[in-house]
Design a protein around this ligand. Structure first.
Ligand SMILES: C[S@@+](CC[C@H](N)C(=O)[O-])C[C@H]1O[C@@H](n2cnc3c(N)ncnc32)[C@H](O)[C@@H]1O
Length: 225
């Protein structure tokens, strides 16, 4: 399950990532990968959008980060590292935007895939994408985008892989984790958390409900106790 490794190739990758030229090209490379994904799969998950450009009817708008789709290759590596019986698990993306992580997750035979997004505009794009999405390697057809604030979302009582691509600030993150903790106390079940760009990872590390079991340069992985 450990997704971090200290091999020579990974040290080389680390050195490349820290180089000036890579940092300079990172944005355009990230965008190019996003456009390639869209072209290949018949969807629109680009461009990045700051939330001030969107009408969002929620008191938590100011605590939300920008919309940016997940980087496909890195995400696939994380999902494929999970040694679980996917057919029993829901996948829930908190702050799912236009849905790119949902489409990547559909390459895995999850029982159901749900995206929770509070911007109606992004949610509507995700709904359109769900209809147009083409994927030869599709393993899950049950994909849904829900237009709701993550703070209000009622968690399904199923074994679940939760995904967070740094969607909101520390205060809101604390509230979502408290919701998950409450739900797990009431109805214990297998739960994994993939946390991308884990700037508030200590919230999971200090949670009595979770144990960190892995990680990599851009993510951490946790399991419920
Ligand atoms: C970095 S994007 C991630 C998009 C998607 N998860 C992906 O990986 O392709 C973060 C998303 O979280 C959404 N978001 C922020 N705060 C939210 C909240 N309180 N409830 C629901 N969605 C929220 C934003 O609108 C944005 O679309």
């Amino acid at each position: 399950m450990e997704t971090n490794s200290d091999s020579k190739p990974s040290r080389l990758r680390g050195a490349i990532r820290n180089s000036w030229i890579y940092k300079r090209l990172q944005g355009p490379i990230f965008d190019l990968k996003g456009h390639m994904f869209d072209l290949y799969h018949g969807v629109k998950t680009m461009p990045q959008v700051t939330l001030d450009k969107l009408e969002i009817d929620s008191p938590n708008k100011a605590g939300g980060g920008i919309y940016a789709g997940t980087e496909p290759k890195y995400f696939r590596t994380i999902l494929n590292s999970l040694e679980i019986d996917f057919e029993r698990f829901h996948f829930i993306d908190f702050g799912s935007g236009m849905g790119r992580a949902l489409f990547l997750a559909s390459e895995i035979p999850f029982k159901k895939i749900i995206g929770v997004e509070f911007s109606r505009e992004l949610h509507q794009i995700a709904v359109k994408n769900i209809k147009s999405f083409t994927q030869r390697k599709r393993a899950c057809n049950d994909i849904e985008s829900v237009c709701e604030d993550a703070m209000e979302y009622l968690l399904p009582l199923e074994p679940t892989v939760y995904y967070f691509f740094n969607p909101f600030n520390r205060e809101l993150f604390g509230r979502v984790i408290a919701n998950i903790e409450r739900s797990l106390a009431q109805s214990p079940r297998e739960t994994y958390v993939i946390y991308m760009n884990p700037v508030n990872n200590d919230l999971f590390v200090n949670s009595a409900a979770f144990k960190q079991i892995g990680g990599g340069p851009w993510h951490t992985l946790h399991v419920s106790l």
